[in-house]
Ligand binder design. Structure first.
Ligand code: TA6
Length: 297
């Protein structure tokens, strides 16, 4: 399989394919700007590292790379529902895209020595059993000094379909006690930790306890100000009016088997979403694009 992937999609100075953790296939992007890694399992970006910089994404040391399990960290693709299934509690939280086996559909060397790789997931009997709608999902990952991730929903149905989704990105930080997220001041958020009560956001978001918030009506760029690593991570977006900010903190970290007990100290999630009142209706035979843009300041 790896040889076939390299023969078909490999591009020297840009893309090669390898067996990663637990023998799972992954694409390795290496160009003059950055390196990145994407597993075909879940079309899951697990690393993005601009040349000369620290790793930008957080990946759990206890992540389980196996069928049916989402990789903990990186950029999980949450689709076609965010959070618990709207009606059926037996369904997996955060949908099925992140545990599905995707296919590589295209690789390209772009002008300016950037690299683009695309993955696709098409409806099947298995997906129909979970979600009775014909679709094709694409993930485009463009690696330059900036990382651009586009999640494209193609509705193959003759009727519209409702989705909620996220690019659920885990960012690597030096010390959560010295991190603040800015860009959401003046917005309203639903606080999952307090039964989804609504609160206004004044100023920067500090991390002093479990933090799990859905910010509403925001097209804002967020900035992760990391004093310990002396850097800022800029998280911009398109096709989204909601942003989730999450840190599990001590107790929740302990409850997750694929998350080190102290892992909360070096990560924060800033998620580009269509969640809560920002769920989207994709028109018949229509598309919706959710884009996240990540760069260092
Ligand atoms: O995006 C935040 C959140 O919804 C949290 O409530 C927590 O459940 C997190 O996602 C991780 O969910 P997971 O299913 O990946 O363990």
């Amino acid at each position: 399989m790896i040889q076939n992937l390299n023969d078909t999609f490999g591009i020297s100075q840009h893309v090669t394919f390898h067996l990663g953790h637990n023998g799972m296939p992954k694409a390795v992007i290496a160009n003059r700007h950055s390196t990145a890694e994407i597993y075909l399992h879940g079309a899951h970006v697990t690393s993005f590292q601009p040349q000369g910089a620290e790793e930008v994404l957080w990946l759990s040391e206890a992540a389980q790379f196996r069928q049916g399990k989402a990789i903990r960290g990186g950029i999980p693709i949450i689709w076609p529902w965010f959070g618990d299934h709207p009606t059926d509690t037996d369904q997996p939280a955060h949908g099925f895209a992140r545990t599905a086996e995707w296919s590589v559909s295209e690789t390209m060397a772009l002008p300016g020595q950037r690299t683009k790789i695309s993955f696709s997931l098409t409806h099947s009997a298995k997906t129909e059993s979970l979600w009775p709608h014909p679709f094709m999902l694409e993930l485009h990952v463009t690696v330059g000094r900036q990382l651009q991730v586009d999640l494209v929903t193609h509705n193959y149905h003759t009727e519209g379909v409702n989705i909620s989704q996220a690019l659920h990105t885990y960012f690597n930080v030096g010390d959560i006690a010295q991190v603040a997220v800015t860009g959401l001041s003046g917005r309203t958020y639903l606080d999952k930790v307090q039964g989804y009560k609504e609160f206004p956001q004044y100023g920067a978001i500090p991390f002093l306890e479990e933090t799990d918030r859905v910010y509403l009506d925001t097209m804002d760029e967020c900035i992760i100000d990391d004093q310990a690593l002396k850097r800022k991570i800029y998280v911009d977006k398109l096709g989204s009016k909601s942003t989730v900010v999450w840190n599990p903190w001590v107790d929740k970290a302990k409850q997750m088997g694929d998350f080190p007990d102290n892992g909360y100290e070096t990560m924060v999630c800033v998620e580009t979403t269509n969640a809560a009142n920002d769920a989207r209706r994709v028109p018949p035979r229509g598309d919706h694009v959710l884009t996240q843009l990540i760069r260092l300041g």
